[in-house]
Design a protein around this ligand. Structure first.
Ligand code: PBG
Length: 327
């Protein structure tokens, strides 16, 4: 006699919280979370970022406090973005040993040192008066190869200040190879590179550009960041970066690009990071502030999805909060 009920019952494993957690295959690891932090030169008090409620531009002191709290909560790493007081055409503050990011790296290296992984974003847009990620030709185009020399010099400055990892985010061709060569030549063979490999020209960076004061003053970044519709480009960029010596490859933004995270994670022989960017953060905060979404649940659901797609490491502005919640 055939059974009058379905024989295969997936719901058996969903019946109690204990059953569900026994068979869960994805877990958010606090040690795999990285907290992005903004530090601004010449301010006396932390400045709120209006489009990112809960995020501030730090002073040197408030940065140290935020770093301590993150490490205390079990967050795995910190990534620093500097906002200099003075900008110019070549982004001189970016590789100045006395520049804000170098100073902040030294502070944190002395405070938290090897208790965390100190990373620095490596780019020019926060430091140039035109807001582009590279040097410009007289015609106003971003000059790929001239920019590589600047990135190499920034990498060495950040390494001398004491970072464990540099994270080039400018999307110039050949940037990982140029930086690896410069670090090795300067005796920093042990400093790792987390490459922003697949970085799409996304509307999700809007709030960040307020936080880092780096909106392009003309044009956009579409000639160097990837086209959201170029489906195969993400894997290609990640594999090129692995060839050039990337130790970690990153996909950015995260939630709208889960397919790319999955492709890269299936193919890359190195750890894969995903950056849950400012716009992803602000969309959730805005909806939650309106009472339209359950904030705590949606934060965990987005991180679970990013992790399920294959990210080993997640950069998120919620890192400290989530690490505390998981303790
Ligand atoms: C460029 C950089 C950007 C972000 C990280 N590094 C901005 C951009 O490409 O315009 C965005 C991060 C975020 O939106 O949270 N240095």
């Amino acid at each position: 006699m055939t059974a009058s009920y379905p024989v295969t019952r997936p719901r058996r494993l969903r019946r109690t919280p204990a059953l569900r957690s026994l068979v869960a295959q994805v877990a958010i690891r606090p040690a795999g979370l990285v907290l992005p932090l903004f530090v601004k030169e010449g301010i006396a008090e932390p400045q709120p970022v209006s489009s990112m409620p809960g995020v501030v531009q730090h002073t040197r002191d408030s940065l140290r406090k935020a770093a301590h709290e993150a490490v205390e909560a079990g967050v795995g790493g910190l990534i620093l973005f500097g906002v200099p007081a003075v900008k110019d055409g070549r982004g001189s503050a970016a590789d100045d040993p006395g520049g804000i990011v170098q100073v902040a790296i030294r502070d944190l290296a002395a405070d938290v040192g090897d208790d965390t992984v100190l990373m620095a974003d490596l780019c020019l847009d926060e430091y140039t008066d035109h807001g582009h990620c590279g040097l410009l030709t007289p015609a106003g185009e971003v000059d790929n190869d001239a920019t590589l020399a600047r990135y190499a010099s920034i990498a060495v400055a950040q390494a001398e200040a004491g970072v464990h990892v540099v994270a080039p985010s400018g999307m110039m061709d050949g940037q990982v190879g140029a930086i690896r060569g410069a670090l090795d030549a300067a005796g920093h063979g042990d400093v790792a590179i987390c490459a922003y490999s697949a970085k799409y020209a996304s509307a999700c960076y809007g709030p960040f550009r307020e936080a880092a004061e780096c909106a392009p003053q003309f044009g956009d970044r579409a000639s160097y960041q990837q086209d959201p519709a170029a489906a195969r480009d993400g894997l290609r960029e990640a594999l090129l970066d692995v060839d050039e010596g990337a130790d970690i490859v990153m996909i950015k933004p995260a939630l709208p690009y889960l397919d790319v995270i999955a492709q890269v994670s299936a193919a890359a022989p190195v750890p894969v990071a995903a950056y849950q960017v400012s716009g992803e953060y602000s969309m959730v905060e805005a909806a939650a502030a309106n009472g339209w979404l359950d904030r705590d649940r949606i934060i965990m659901e987005t991180l679970t999805a990013i992790s399920r797609a294959g990210a080993d490491i997640i950069l998120t502005y919620w890192a400290t909060e989530v690490a505390r919640r998981l303790r």
